[in-house]
Write a protein that binds this ligand. Structure first.
Ligand code: APR
Length: 248
């Protein structure tokens, strides 16, 4: 049995496999990631446009970046990588997907247990009074969109400088601390505390599989097996192999 087959075998026999996903898994859905060439952070300075203090001091400026993000998200559909993860959950292999993405593509592909570490884009919240509005009820023809109290609306995403939503943080850390197999897919692992999740999993003895065409910031010794392919190629292949071997 070669190393790849051994990894598949380990996944198939795991009791509690989970996935951590980042922007890379949605690249094949037409949403460029943040840090690759052409990504949002190569055109907008992450602190100037992505920090909560920047939003508070100049919401109109930050909405230039948010509008672009919103347009990309609204055009995107799940790709074979999202469907493959949903299939692995349906097969009883994957127990949860922790995602840093705000695009809801895992849920749209059929994943049931999705922990949204960085929030989501399905609703907008008033920065002044916290009133929430479904995204589709708000026109973005004038930005920043305003709440009925006059405060600026912001997507329900986590800006730099903000806390991870408590429930998502607790659930993610508990999933990482009880998993025996972690798939790290399409993330640079450059942003804490999400970047701590592989460490938590590794410390409790989990097997770590990384799927990323280019090396991330995860230390080499953290990763047990690396697939240097796009998620849309690697994940459907894994599903096929698990299916062929008919693991229960
Ligand atoms: N399949 C798998 N991985 C891919 C693909 C692909 N098709 N295309 C690109 N990647 C990889 C890149 O090589 C990179 O390592 O996805 C990773 C994307 O990294 P980032 O752009 O840094 O995105 P992410 O890790 O999700 O960023 C974390 O930072 O900007 C904040 O809040 C934002 O959630 C985001 C967080």
């Amino acid at each position: 049995m070669n190393d790849y087959r051994r990894m598949i075998d380990r996944l198939a026999r795991s009791n509690h496999a989970i996935a951590l996903t980042g922007a890379g898994i949605s690249v094949e859905s037409g949403i460029p990631d943040f840090r690759s060439l052409g990504g949002l952070w190569s055109r907008y300075h992450p602190i100037e446009y992505g920090h909560i203090d920047s939003f508070r001091s100049n919401p109109a400026k930050v909405w230039k970046m948010l509008l672009e993000m919103d347009a990309l998200l609204s055009r995107a559909d799940p790709n074979p990588a999202h469907f493959a993860l949903a299939k692995l959950e349906a097969l009883g292999i994957i127990r949860a997907v922790i995602t840093q993405n705000v695009d809801s593509l895992h849920q749209r592909a059929g994943s049931k247990r999705v922990i949204e570490f960085h929030g989501h884009n399905r609703s907008l919240r008033c920065e002044s009074c916290n009133l929430r509005y479904p995204r589709e009820k708000i026109s973005l023809s004038v930005t920043p969109p305003a709440c009925r109290c006059g405060g600026p609306l912001r997507p329900e995403i986590v800006f730099f400088g903000e806390q991870i939503p408590t429930i998502a943080f607790t659930e993610a850390m508990s999933a990482a601390d009880s998993c025996d197999f972690l798939m790290v897919i399409g993330t640079s692992a450059a942003v804490a505390p999400a970047s701590q999740i592989p460490l938590v999993a590794k410390n409790r003895g989990a097997f770590v599989l990384e799927i990323n065409p280019t090396p991330s910031e995860l230390r080499k010794e953290m990763v047990d097996f690396r697939i240097a392919q796009s998620a849309g190629t690697a994940l459907p292949e894994i599903v096929t192999l698990i299916g062929v071997n008919n693991y229960e």
